[in-house]
Design a binder for this molecule. Structure first.
Ligand code: S3P
Length: 449
């Protein structure tokens, strides 16, 4: 069975919860929506090219739609030819127009941080505003490196809104204090508008989608290990891009298939860029029956089919260092898998989780404990004493899409029904998440209360 599930209607507040019945195997084949990080970049870089860019497999999730709204607010025409196909009519590096009102990044940190870089060197002022969840997140971390290029950005006590004056920039050498693709990409976007070379050093291997796309568009860019050099000048050429499936979304049904007896699931067309596959590496180290079959390249990114089935027994592992950077969005899901593993799983070096949509160390630990997990928080991670079979119960996402999906997977592998409250947010990154699970048999067609 193949399932395409691009555009479900968002649940109303009254149905913003799912009752997950455990034990239904996931069998068949799935595609997941397009990669969130690449979809953002297709819009932002596309708007700077000198012509029309056709993007298929675009993720019509809340976060990318926030970027789409902002790009339109900067005078860029974007045609939506269907839920997952857009055409971005680039106006060249000098083509953005002053927005007539604040640009709303809604709940998307990627939108706000990348736009901060894009707007820093424009000949006009702009303001970036946020919904309450994003308004709590740190923004000095992007304003500070951009200031090294001469940017004038003020935060509100280190948080959104951001007020960007727009000023001529100069190249600079920037050493980022954390491995973050958002910060690296913001500096590179600003560097496109600077005089002279910009050099970014990172402490770890964050996702490299900006570098791949910029190089494909003809930017003068060189990557050497953790260092990226960008020389401005020239123009960016228009492109056609088929966005691969998002490995961060594929991870949820795949982990469910590892946990629920009788499952055998394939997820096809998934991006397997090594800067994104940290969780898959960890799962294989835990002894999971997870197979990655590379199938080619799409949009300058490697893609493949991932197969998952239960079997053997998972072992607890230690996770830290560069693997954390390559698995950053999947770490709440790692906690769920660790509850099924024999032995202790220790996550460290993951303090970044505390500044995501929620403090993901606190929220995943609190919610899994409600289901009986033997998990404790540490300053930079968590410790799980497995196996600790999960019981039925009621949990909440705290409005965090990755929590909602990780807790749904917890429910699929639990001993009793799990009610997940606050599930509408899954649409921020994986619209159609519940339909996708239903399509491979994990959920009944309609399991809302
Ligand atoms: C992203 C980078 C990561 C990731 C986020 C998307 C991106 O954030 O967690 O979901 O598209 O650049 P950080 O750069 O803060 O690590």
């Amino acid at each position: 069975m193949t399932s395409d599930h691009p555009d479900p209607s968002p649940p109303s507040p009254a149905t913003d919860r799912w009752v997950v019945q455990p034990g239904r195997p996931l069998v068949g084949e799935l595609r997941v929506p397009g990669d969130k990080s690449i979809s953002h970049r297709a819009l932002l870089f596309g708007s700077l090219t000198t012509g029309s860019c056709q993007v298929t497999g675009f993720l019509p999730g809340g976060d990318c739609l926030a970027t789409l709204g902002c790009v339109r607010g900067l005078g860029i025409r974007v045609d939506q030819l269907g839920a997952t196909e857009v055409v971005v009519h680039g106006r060249g590096l000098g083509g953005l127009q002053a927005p007539t009102e604040p640009l709303d990044c809604v709940r998307s940190g990627t939108t706000m941080r990348l736009l901060a870089g894009l707007l820093a060197g424009q000949p006009f002022a702009s303001t970036l505003v946020a919904a309450p969840q994003l308004a709590r997140r740190p923004m000095a971390r992007v304003a500070a490196p951009l200031a090294l290029l001469g940017a004038r950005i003020t935060t509100t006590d280190g948080r959104p809104p951001l007020r960007i004056t727009g000023t001529p920039l100069h190249g600079a050498e920037v050493t980022l204090p954390v491995a973050s693709a958002q910060l690296k990409s913001a500096v590179l976007l600003a560097g496109l508008f600077a005089t002279g070379e910009t050099i970014v050093h990172e402490p770890g291997p964050s996702r490299d989608h900006s570098e791949r796309l910029l190089a494909a568009l003809g930017a003068d860019l060189a990557v050497q290990g953790p260092t990226v050099r960008l020389r401005p000048g020239g123009s960016l050429r228009p492109f056609s891009l088929a966005v691969p499936g998002d490995p961060s979304s594929a991870a949820f049904p795949l982990v469910a298939a590892l946990l629920v007896p009788g499952s055998r699931l394939a997820v096809t067309g998934v991006g397997i860029n090594p800067t994104r596959t940290g969780l898959f590496d960890v799962l294989q180290r835990m002894g999971a029956r997870l197979t990655i079959v590379p199938t080619g390249e799409q949009g300058g990114e490697p893609v493949g089919t991932l197969w998952a089935e239960p079997g053997g027994s998972l072992r607890g592992v230690e996770v830290g260092g560069e693997t954390v950077v390559r698995a950053i969005d999947e770490l709440p899901l790692l906690a769920v898998a660790a509850c099924h593993a024999v032995g202790v799983t220790v996550l460290r070096d993951a303090a970044e989780l505390r500044v995501k949509e929620t403090d993901r160390i606190e929220t995943i630990v609190t919610e899994l404990r409600r289901l009986g997990a033997a998990i404790t928080a540490s300053p930079d991670g968590f410790v799980v004493h497995g196996p600790c079979p999960l019981q039925g119960g009621t949990v909440t996402s705290h409005g965090d899409h990755r929590l909602a999906m990780a807790l749904t997977v917890a429910g699929l592998g639990a001993a009793g029904p799990v009610t997940v409250e606050g599930t509408a947010c899954v649409g921020d990154s994986f619209p159609g998440f519940f339909s996708a699970l239903a399509a491979v048999g994990a959920l009944e067609g309609d399991c809302r209360p």
